[in-house]
Structure formats: C-alpha cells, structure tokens
Design a protein around this ligand. Structure first.
Ligand code: R5P
Length: 290
C-alpha cells in the first residue's frame, strides 16, 4: 500500500490526496524550539511500498524546505521509491544567474533533493520550466489552470477577457483563455532587477473598456505586479478585475494593496493555504500520480 506523508505546510492537500488514491496517511507533528530548530515527528507507520511526501515550500521557506528534506530522508529509509509532491516550490524564480555572482538556488535545491533520496519530484505551475533543468532526478510540472478555470466558469462573467500581467506569462494566459473559451492579452511589464520596481509599458488598450477582466499569473508575492496591472487596466476603463493565480503568497499587506488598486476578488489554489485559496488541486495531483 502507498503511504502519503502530510508535511506540515500541506496537510489539507495530503489528506485529500491520500483519500483519493486510497493510501495510508501519515501525519507529522512539528515543534519549533526557541532557537528556531524544527523537531519533526511522524505520527503513523509506513506500509510496504511507495511513499509520497507532500510539502509546500512557502514562508517560512527555509524551515519548510528543511522539513521536506527531512521527510524525504526518513521516507528513503523505508522505501526505494519516494515521490515528492511540492505544490508550491519556493526558490523557483532563482533559476539562472541574472546578475553576475548570483547563486542559482534551483541548482542547490536539485542537489539537496537528490542527496536525501527523492526518486521523482512533482511541482505545480512552476515559475519557469528552466528551474527543473537543474534537477538531476525525474521531475514533472503539473498545472492548476483547469481547476482555476472550473471556478471561473461558475461565476458566469459576461464577455470576460483574460490578461497576463507580463509577456512571460503569455502562454499561461493563453492556456487559461483556451480552456475558458475567451480572448487574451499579455501586458508589457518591466521590472527593475535591482529595486524590484514594476512598470506597465503598454499604450492605450481599447479592448478592455467596459469588460470584466481576469488577470492570470502563476504567483502573487508582494502584489506589485497585480497592483500595477490593475491600476493600468482601471485607467483604460475596464469593468471589474478578478485575479486567478496558482500560488498566493500575499506577503505582508499585499492583499490590502491589491484590493485598494480595485481588484474585486483574488482566487488561488490551495498550494498555499489561505483566505484566497478557493481552488483545490488534490484531484489534479492524484491524476498525475496514477
Ligand atoms: C513574475 O514574473 C511572476 O510571474 C509574478 O508575476 C511575480 O513573481 C509576482 O511577484 P509580485 O507579486 O511581488 O509582483
């Protein structure tokens, strides 16, 4: 029988996944000592066979990463097949040396996962597939787009338009629009690599006037990209702006800033559990595993 270890950052997905694939669920208990060290205890026994570790790597990123590595390492003592599901993979944006001297953290992560004994890694809507090229074990990127589209279909928006906040997300927005049966546009976003400041460089966009819009992105961190895109789109006299994203990190007051910019609703997947994670992706993960 397959065992699913529910890492502390992905308890809900792991529980749903174990139920769907009829696996033995092993919970974990994490105690954080005053000096910040994690003490991880498994609450359950392994069955013979494959082990699936489910643990997202969102803030506190390094703590959740360490927990993932520890769980994989423990699982490897019991099984030669350890499948690792990382619904949100922190560090994925550090996939190349953008400025001289920068460390490619995805390379480091690849070495760590291999070192502790992972057989294969499944991630959801990774920022860029370049990141997975650094992994020397099998890896697979799956998408939450169909699940997000399913949510939006139920909203019955009239004549909506899908927007990517930047050219890098064009393919994602196109895929969303294809499934959702609408048009799409990709804005021209520019980010200063040193300050992180974001600007939208488009001229006027007649197509958005009077229409409900869905901004599709892989993730929201500080909210800067969504705020700038929304401010621009509101100036173009669009109707409502909705946000569909897989990973809503919503650091500090990002949600407040996004609402202030005029966004009606943020809808994200439960790769990062929170106030906006209306969309469950355990079914999509279960399908990928079978
Ligand atoms: C960037 O290319 C990504 O797709 C996201 O748009 C970006 O990482 C979001 O970050 P923030 O919310 O800080 O603008």
């Amino acid at each position: 029988m397959v065992s699913v270890i529910a890492g502390s950052s992905s308890e809900d997905i792991a529980k749903k996944l174990a139920k769907k694939i009829k696996a033995n669920l092993i919970k974990t208990e994490v105690k954080v000592f005053p000096d910040g060290e994690n003490k991880i205890t498994l609450k359950g026994k392994f069955s013979k066979g494959k082990i699936i570790v489910v643990q997202s790597i969102y803030p506190p990123v390094d703590s959740n990463l360490f927990q993932a590595l520890s769980l994989i390492s423990k699982a490897r003592e019991y099984s030669s097949e350890v499948l690792v599901v990382i619904p949100y993979l922190g560090y994925a944006r550090q996939d190349r040396e953008f400025l001289p001297g920068e460390i490619v953290s995805m390379k480091v992560l690849g070495n760590l996962f291999k070192g502790v004994g992972a057989s294969k890694i499944i991630v959801v809507d990774i920022h860029s597939k370049i990141g997975l090229k650094h992994f020397k074990i099998k890896s697979q990127n799956i998408t939450a787009i169909l699940d997000l589209v399913g949510y939006f279909k139920k909203l019955n928006l009239k004549n909506p338009l899908v927007i990517s906040p930047d050219q890098g997300g064009k393919q994602r927005a196109k895929e969303f629009a294809n499934q959702y049966k609408s048009d799409f546009i990709a804005l021209k976003k520019q980010r200063d690599r040193k300050t992180g400041k974001v600007q939208i460089k488009n001229d006027n966009l007649e197509e958005v006037r009077g229409r409900d819009l869905i901004l599709v992105d892989d993730m929201i961190s500080t909210g800067g990209s969504i705020v700038k895109a929304t401010e621009f789109l509101k100036k173009q006299k669009c109707k409502r702006v909705f946000v569909a994203c897989t990973h809503a990190l919503l650091i500090n007051d990002a949600e407040k800033k996004i609402r202030k910019a005029g966004v009606t609703k943020i809808i994200s997947a439960n790769t990062i559990p929170g106030k906006t994670s209306f969309v469950d992706i355990s079914n999509t993960i279960a399908k990928a595993i079978k």
